[in-house]
Design a protein around this ligand. Structure first.
Ligand code: PLP
Length: 374
């Protein structure tokens, strides 16, 4: 039996999600823009999904634009978000530990003549709010800071970041791909202007996400075409995936508290199992502000590859650094930013626990790791 401890990379779609999608891949295949009644009913289902998902983050119905996932939403938020206030200036603030979808878009913006400040983080991966205040300039047009980091699980103080951005009249984008469906988010309370999310991180389908846009009147189109997605992101809707996303959100809303309690306990158990059995193992975390299921560990002396292979041979799936950069042997930019050496980065593993994991999974993982280090 496989033990899947890589939920930050992706999650298994819930069977209720798959079931909800099937009718829209079979009988209800109509184009939601068509005139006849079955198509109108499909359109109503898409709009119902949009309304439910909007409510989940306390957003108005028409502020949710469906996209192909987190990467697209991040690209769009930064490229178009910065453009809104182009007359004010060309300065963007982000952090050193963003996902490549943000970092590489920020680099692209630099090529377009923007200046980008990459904020440092402390050894736990948190930004310093005073540094953020100090980085703000008259020409700052966008702050893009992730809600929680995909490698460390560290949660940023987005409420305070939103307040600072709001006080200075600067647009605030947050990449909430790791938190949407796992933590409560209220876009109004946090003064969020733009938010990216992706369904496959919350037991939904891959290739569907959203961008929350507070004020879409000022927002530029990403693509040119028909009038779908309020004219901002044209193209025939990915109906089945939108329905699956909605179902995943509905389940997340019901299960969030229970999931958090169970998953946090499993994480605690994995953490103490590793610390009690492997001398020299270091947990890279912010003890108070972390995702329930993500545990990032630097192991002594053995390379991440060797550890991953041993885990894999025992049916255990985990990641070195983030999934997006795994395969490339470069050290993780996140681990380097929190002060790890290249060598330490090369001995670091991310475990991410999810809804279907059990105490047996954790016990077996601790056993396999303990044997490797004995
Ligand atoms: N942002 C973060 C923090 C992520 O963890 C990921 C995926 O790993 C993405 C963005 C990209 O999302 P998607 O896979 O939906 O493009």
């Amino acid at each position: 039996m496989m033990i899947y401890l890589d939920h930050a990379a992706t999650t298994r779609p819930e069977s209720a999600v798959v079931e909800a999608m099937i009718p829209f891949l079979t009988d209800n295949y109509m184009n939601p823009s068509s005139f006849y009644q079955p198509a109108v009913r499909t359109r109503m289902q898409v709009e119902r999904a949009r309304r439910n998902i909007a409510q989940f983050i306390n957003a108005p119905y028409d502020s949710i634009i469906f996209t192909s996932g987190g990467t697209e939403s991040d690209n769009w938020a930064i490229r178009m978000g910065a453009k809104i206030s182009e007359d004010k200036g060309k300065h963007i603030i982000t952090t050193m530990i963003e996902h490549p979808a943000v970092l590489n878009t920020a680099r692209f913006m630099q090529e377009q003549g923007y200046e980008v400040t990459y904020l440092d983080v402390d050894s736990t991966g948190r930004i310093d709010l005073e540094s953020l205040e100090n980085a703000i300039r008259k020409d700052t047009v966008l702050i893009s800071i992730m809600h929680a980091n995909n490698e460390l699980g560290t949660i940023q103080p987005i409420r305070e970041i939103g307040r600072i951005a709001h006080d200075h009249g600067i647009l605030f984008h947050t990449d909430a791909v790791q938190t949407f469906g796992h933590l409560k988010i209220d876009v109004n309370e946090c003064n969020i202007d733009l938010l990216s999310a992706s369904a496959h991180k919350l037991y939904g389908p891959k290739g569907i996400g959203l961008l929350y846009i507070k004020d879409r009147k000022k927002f530029a189109k990403l693509l040119f075409g028909g009038s779908q997605e309020l004219g901002l992101r044209p193209g025939t809707e990915n109906v089945a995936d939108i329905i699956g996303f909605d179902k995943a959100v509905e389940i997340a809303a019901c299960k969030m508290d229970a999931d958090t309690a169970i998953i946090s306990a499993l994480r605690d158990s994995l953490k103490s199992g590793i610390l009690n059995n492997i001398r020299g193992a270091i947990i890279n975390e912010n003890e108070n502000e972390h995702l329930p299921g993500t545990l990032n560990v630097t192991f002594p002396s053995v390379s991440a590859e060797t550890i991953l292979i041993r885990l894999d041979l025992n049916g255990i799936c985990a990641s070195a650094g983030s999934a997006c950069s795994a395969g490339a042997l470069e050290p993780s930019h996140v681990l380097i930013a929190i002060g790890k050496s290249e060598d330490e980065s090369g001995r670091t593993i991310r475990f991410s626990i999810g809804r279907e994991n059990t105490q047996d999974d954790i016990d077996k993982t601790v056993k396999v790791l303990s044997e490797l280090f004995s």
